[in-house]
Design a protein around this ligand. Structure first.
Ligand code: CA
Length: 233
């Protein structure tokens, strides 16, 4: 699963463009920078943009015309207008034309990043959450592997150390069938001669009882016949 992070920056002032490009790249965005409205529309027509950061005052067609054209072509991607402090009226025009948000220069990189994330969240929902390796979210269960805490429907859920290790290994290898032997090695290490295949089955049963809505018909921890188990997020 990829999360949307491709940002097109339309800005004709190189100093601002460079600092935005640097700041947002550091925040995990893939930034493309253009300095004219015409070039922006060309790139947007190619479709590989998740969010648009659009300066109002551009040397050729202005930001409003870019936005108008974009919406006329049926492109629904989130758009954040960038405007100077003395252009307050721009806000109204921009929002009427279908901008999702607007930000006034000068802005901090932190504010910008948080506005961009908020726009992505509204547009793409859960997809926009960056993957957090320490946390697993299922329908009504959240497991935090670094704090060793788990919640089910907001209530604390008690997992053993073994169950945390097993669940972590399964969830870090989604949709891959994992043999019982490899699960034993992952949880107890290479010298785990004591642990028989059946031990894994017992721990899996316990995990299902704790995590699955219907443990008899698991949706997340699935049996792979003749091999072992696989995790389906
Ligand atoms: Ca400008």
């Amino acid at each position: 699963m990829t999360h949307p992070n491709r940002l097109l920056l339309v800005e004709d002032e190189p100093a601002i463009a460079r600092s935005v490009e640097y700041g947002l790249t550091k925040e995990g965005f893939v930034v493309t920078w253009v300095d004219t409205g015409k070039r922006a529309l060309e790139i947007l027509r190619e479709g590989a943009v998740d969010v648009l950061l659009l300066d109002v005052r551009l040397p050729d067609i202005n930001g409003f015309d870019v936005l108008r054209q974009l919406r006329a072509e049926g492109r629904r991607l989130p758009v954040i207008m960038v405007t100077a402090r003395d252009e307050e009226t721009d806000k109204v025009v921009g929002l009427e034309l279908g901008a999702d948000d607007y930000i006034v220069k000068p802005f901090s990189m932190r504010e910008l990043a948080s506005r961009v994330r908020a726009a992505l969240r509204r547009a793409y929902g859960e997809l926009s959450q960056p993957p957090n390796e320490d946390e697993l979210r299922l329908t009504d269960v959240t497991v935090n592997f670094s704090r060793l805490t788990a919640l089910r429907s907001g209530e604390p859920l008690w997992l053993t150390q073994t169950e945390y290790k097993l669940l972590r290994h399964l969830s870090q290898n989604p949709r891959i069938p994992l043999a019982r032997e490899s699960l034993i090695t992952a949880v107890w290490g290479h010298n785990a001669e004591i642990e028989a295949d059946r031990t894994i089955d017992v721990h899996i049963r316990h995990l299902r009882e704790k995590l699955e809505v219907d443990p008899a018909n698991p949706r997340h921890i699935l049996t792979v016949r003749g091999i072992g188990y696989k995790f389906d997020p």
